[in-house]
Design a protein. Structure first.
Length: 289
């Protein structure tokens, strides 16, 4: 396995700089330049500034490695199927949260190699904190101090404890009958659940640092929303699995939409094996009362 740790320091630097560009817009009311893209999702000046900065800096850091960003052009996206190793980027994940002023937005950077995320960075601009994962090598949280200094703390998922309520990490915005069905299934086996609601990729961060146990996703999202989080969670000891029980893979399909998934902390616990075995029963679940 190639040692990718040499990329961490420059990635922290370029995330910090992109984060400062985003925050400059965030702290300037009326400066968002909000518009709607073709799919009705929002686009702001902050998205574009971060995209341009990351595109330029990643090209300088790793010449010859392509980049696929949420804000890439249709022509650029159409070239992706011939790529084995490339950067997969969401320059501002949580644009709706950015516009609403919740502060729950991130920069997502993943390195994809042979359809797998082999490195991931989730950067939280307002906290000046990066969650970095290289599966099999390193899982750490880096918080910016003075100058070029970053304070490093090891990330690790938490093990399920029968005496501690299971914590579900959920989106502030997305609810679905299928989600309610899964939560009812868990509650029947584990008792009352705790909920930790947050926006963007912060749910992956919370899972990787042991603040939650389970993040189910059934609402639409794209591969750039998920890949970096998968690398961080896997590096911290967890898993991000499709409904077939296998780790998610990238750049394998015509669509850039991500399949439904379960992000799991203590992935070896038999509870999750039983959940995956029961998952086919949840198809077409009726709305919860």
């Amino acid at each position: 396995m190639q040692d990718l740790s040499y990329l961490i320091k420059p990635l922290l630097r370029l995330c910090y700089d992109a984060g400062e560009l985003i925050c400059a817009h965030y702290h300037a009311p009326g400066d968002s330049g909000l518009q709607a893209k073709a799919d009705e999702s929002p686009l702001t000046h902050a998205d574009l500034d971060s995209h341009i900065h990351l595109r330029e800096q990643l090209a300088a850091l790793t010449p010859g490695w392509p980049l696929l960003s949420e804000e890439s052009s249709p022509a650029e996206k159409a070239q992706r199927h011939g790529w084995q190793r490339f950067w997969l980027v969401d320059p501002l994940d949580g644009t709706k949260e950015f516009v609403d002023g919740t502060g729950e937005f991130t920069i997502n950077i993943a390195l994809i190699d042979d359809h797998r995320p082999v490195l991931g960075v989730l950067y939280v601009p307002l906290q000046k904190t990066a969650y970095v994962g290289i599966p099999g090598q390193l899982a750490a949280r880096y918080t910016h101090a003075e100058g070029e200094t970053w304070q490093q703390h090891t990330l690790a998922i938490r093990r399920l404890d029968d005496n501690v309520p299971l914590t579900v990490l959920a989106s502030r915005r997305h609810r679905s009958p299928r989600l309610h069905t899964v939560l009812d299934w868990l509650e029947a086996r584990r008792g009352p659940l705790e909920r930790d609601n947050s926006g963007s990729a912060l749910k992956f961060c919370h899972l990787a640092e042991g603040r939650g146990d389970f993040y189910p996703r059934f609402s639409p999202c794209s591969e750039w929303d998920v890949a970096a989080g998968q690398a961080v969670v896997e590096a911290a000891g967890g898993s991000v699995l499709g409904m077939d029980g296998k780790p998610l893979r990238y750049n394998c399909r015509k669509t850039l939409l991500s399949p439904h998934f379960y992000a799991i902390g203590d992935a070896g616990h038999p509870l999750w094996r039983d959940l995956l075995a029961s998952t086919p029963e949840f198809e077409g679940a009726a709305p919860a009362s």
